[in-house]
Write a protein that binds this ligand. Structure first.
Ligand code: MG
Length: 405
């Protein structure tokens, strides 16, 4: 470096697909802390046009797209005269994903996030991936397209982000296993009989993380960890048999990598999504965050235990789907979404969720999947068959979840 010339990092041009949700707003808050470091190209919101417009104005975005076309008049009026381009609908969302950017946050929730996130991957650069379905349902497709386009996928999910931080990709022959930690959810210590009587409200009360209804229930059944196991397989090219799950109720150790020499590397931190988001935003550098510093002396004790696959059969079902390959993972995901919806609606009991998914997997022969249309078809099949299974219950809760193994 020439003496007297301070090193200046060039500005990173960023787009946020899903800026009005929880990961999106955290990303915006972090960018707003260091505005000189980032230039905002495109923001995409779902239906909250007022918030999207406010974000676009605050950050000086070039383009704002709202997925819900009925929200278009609000966005148009809010951005009139600002010079910020605005548009609505599916094509507008895809255009936002295609616009030139060095870095994209893929945080649109659910199946709606698949096509725009894939567009961003195909454009290249860095994609911070928060959309679960991309890797759970279309893992091979996303990793192949990323390789073709020279796109680096950075995982936002706290467990995968932790593994990414301690996974020595350049010397991967030295890696033995990856170990995903799991809080165990609110029913960690309950018997199956007690779990069977739990209400949706009780399942949603997560001890460590504040999250949406669907992911909270997935955490209570531990299907969330099963889905994360599938994601980890695709992100780190590790076979299912070399991915372990470790129950760790405090959610301080976010995950670990075990090496052939006996070393185990872990990433720790307060359970706050702003840390993994900041890691992705600044990568390969680091940036300051307002996250509460980890005080291990104050915590005093960390607990670990093996997961109980008998009480949490969803873990085994996810492994089964991963081993089966083809469309089994999107079928599992679609069936689980249908089962969780039925539980929230009071149509089935908590422990029936796993039974519905198990029965759906049994009824669906595995078929190959090569594109997003195939993924959507598999998801729809999983939902449809799960609905048949639920209808077959005839309003009677079945309590033989142990059989789901
Ligand atoms: Mg997670």
């Amino acid at each position: 470096m020439v003496e007297g010339t301070p090193h200046r990092e060039t500005q990173r041009r960023v787009s946020i697909l899903g800026s009005t949700g929880s990961v999106g707003t955290s990303t915006i808050d972090l960018i707003a802390r260091e505005p000189d470091r980032f230039a905002v190209e495109a923001l995409v919101g779902g239906a909250n046009a007022a918030l999207l417009a406010e974000q676009a104005k605050t950050l000086g975005a070039s383009f704002a797209a709202i997925a819900d076309e009925t929200a278009w008049p609000v966005l148009r009026d809010a951005l009139a005269g600002t010079g910020i381009e605005a548009a609505a609908g599916r094509d507008a969302v895809l255009e936002a994903a295609r616009r030139p950017a060095d870095w994209t946050m893929g945080s649109i929730v659910g199946a709606a996030g698949l096509a725009p996130t894939l567009e961003a991957v195909r454009r290249g650069g860095i994609v911070a991936l928060a959309n679960k379905e991309a890797l759970v349902c279309a893992g091979d497709l996303f990793t192949e397209e990323a390789e073709r386009a020279g796109c680096r996928i950075l995982p936002v999910d706290s467990e995968h982000n932790a593994i990414y931080q301690v996974f020595d990709d350049a010397r991967r022959e030295g890696i033995d296993r990856i170990i995903l930690t799991a809080s165990g959810g609110p029913f960690r210590t309950l018997s199956l009989d007690d779990m069977a009587r739990k209400s949706p409200a009780e399942a949603v009360a997560h001890p460590n993380w504040s999250m949406g209804v669907k992911i909270s229930i997935d955490s209570a059944t531990m299907m969330n960890k099963g889905l994360e196991l599938i994601e980890a397989h695709h992100l780190f090219a590790m076979p299912e048999a070399r991915i372990d799950v470790l129950v760790h109720p405090q959610s301080v150790v976010h995950s670990l990598v075990s090496y052939v020499d006996g070393s185990v590397l872990a990433q720790l931190g307060s359970p706050d999504m702003r840390t993994p988001i900041a890691y992705c935003l600044a990568w390969p550098r680091r940036m300051d965050t307002p996250v509460e510093r980890l005080d291990l002396a104050a915590i005093g004790q960390l607990d670990f235990s093996a997961p109980d696959i008998r009480r949490f059969p969803c873990l085994g079902l996810a492994r089964q789907a991963l081993r089966a390959g083809g469309d089994a993972a999107p079928v599992l995901n679609g069936a689980n979404e249908a089962a969780v919806e039925a539980f929230v609606a009071g149509r089935i009991g908590f422990t029936d969720i796993a039974s519905v998914v198990a029965e759906t997997l049994d009824r669906c022969p595995v078929e190959p999947v090569t594109d997003l249309e195939g993924v959507f078809a598999a998801d729809a099949k999983g939902r449809r068959v799960a609905e048949d299974v639920i209808a077959g219950f005839g309003g009677l809760s079945i309590a033989h979840v142990g059989a789901a193994n």
